[in-house]
Design a protein around this ligand. Structure first.
Ligand code: PLP
Length: 392
């Protein structure tokens, strides 16, 4: 059976070039990047090269790039590394759980935490962020304020106005962290333009390996490392570098930059639009996040009178992999916190599916999905208690 993977926001496969770039660093060039002899220096050179590529991608200095284990670590580091009891964290109710759970833990430790809700289309209003920053904290006392807002939402693809939020952070004397995990490889990343102090990305969301990520830490930002030990990563993240992973991330970043300039993103957007238009022909459907700027590869669609989880399973049986909510929620029956924050009721949130296209998606992928979704929806609706008239 043909299989079509449409869950790129959960993870992506390595591109062949990434696999090839990583290959020598598992066996022949296995050195520890801290060793002074030849094998070590080869590893060091490879890590430095990857760092230069990441610095180019983010528009920062090499010394401002810290390699880590991925998006969760970056998000945690920003929050745990900067804030102390009495400080303030302003974030949103649609962040990834890597931010939300860290924020909850900081609230237990005496940090004042404010969650800003989005508009019904999923956009965060910069004015709401501004209002949440407490005025008495702006007067130059030692209380730190951290604003943490994602660049692109993992469930809806909605792109947040980070530049405007960066200006607000600057005016308020606040630190600004961006979870850019779902933006990397889909939109230009420019930490200077964004006005952020910290920014987190993850390799496996952009056709790189799992378990490796990078963080931009603006020079002089007072971050306590989350992981301590050796003096790796300028003492900002201890532990022997994951050389193959870092090399893979460097290659993935290089290819991601290329894809932003060679028409790939426009091609993916065209496929996504065709997919979306095709699915919307089914009665009782709608796009969550419609009208807001979104990443090119994502659409989140609600199907009235359908149990989302049942549809995910039905589509899997027909060879199509999609997600009903964020990947980290699969297996849980809780409706998506993102869709609920956008004002959907539990049933509508549960009836929503995320289709997220790989950079390598094809016309055939879209056709396959458009062939199987209408019949799966029709079948499930025919089985629903409402259709059967068994609800009384
Ligand atoms: N932030 C966002 C927006 C994500 O989508 C994810 C992954 O789903 C993460 C953070 C966590 O990244 P990682 O899987 O690299 O820990």
């Amino acid at each position: 059976m043909r299989r079509t993977y449409m869950d790129a926001n959960a993870t992506t496969p390595l591109l062949p070039e990434v696999m090839e770039a990583m290959r020598p660093y598992w066996m022949e060039q296995f050195g520890n990047a801290s060793s002074i002899y030849q094998q070590g220096q080869q590893a060091r050179t490879a890590v430095d090269r990857a760092r230069e590529t990441l610095a180019e991608m983010l528009n920062c200095h090499d010394a401002e790039v810290v390699f880590n284990s991925g998006g969760t670590e970056g998000d945690n580091t920003a929050i745990f590394g900067l804030l102390r009891p009495g400080d303030q964290l302003v974030t949103t109710s649609i962040e990834h759980s890597a931010v939300l759970r860290a924020a909850e833990r900081m609230a237990e430790r005496g940090v004042e935490v404010t969650f800003v809700a989005p508009l019904p289309n999923g956009l965060i209003e910069p004015e709401e962020i501004k209002r949440a920053v407490r005025p008495e904290t702006r007067l130059g006392n030692s209380r730190r304020i951290l604003i943490s807002v994602m660049l692109a939402n993992n469930e809806t693809g909605v792109l947040q106005p980070v530049e405007e939020i960066g200006k607000i952070a600057a005016e308020a004397g606040a630190f600004f962290h961006i979870d850019a995990v779902q933006g990397a490889g889909k939109v230009e990343l420019d930490v200077r333009r964004f006005g952020c102090h910290l920014l987190s990305i993850s390799a496996h969301k952009m056709h790189g390996p799992k378990g490796v990520g990078a963080m931009f830490v603006r020079r002089g930002t007072p971050i306590d490392p989350l992981v301590v030990g050796g003096s790796h990563e300028r003492r900002q993240r201890a532990g022997t570098e994951n050389v193959p992973g870092i090399v893979g991330m460097g290659k993935a970043a290089e290819l991601a930059m290329e894809s932003l300039g060679d028409g790939t993103i426009e091609r993916v957007a065209g496929l996504r639009d065709r997919l979306e238009a095709g699915i919307l022909k089914i009665a009782g459907t709608g796009v969550n996040g419609a009208g807001a700027p979104r990443t090119a590869n994502t659409t989140n669609i609600r199907f009235e009178q359908v149990e989302g989880e049942a549809l995910v399973i039905a589509l899997d049986l027909k060879g199509v992999a999609v997600s009903g909510g964020s990947a980290c929620h699969s297996g849980s029956t809780e409706p998506s916190h993102v869709l609920m924050a956008m004002g959907l009721d539990k049933n509508a949130a549960r009836a929503s599916l995320r289709f997220s296209l790989l950079r390598t998606a094809s016309d055939d992928d879209v056709e396959h999905v458009l062939r199987v979704v209408p019949e799966a929806v029709e079948h499930l609706r025919a089985l629903s208690p409402e259709a059967a008239g068994t609800l009384g």
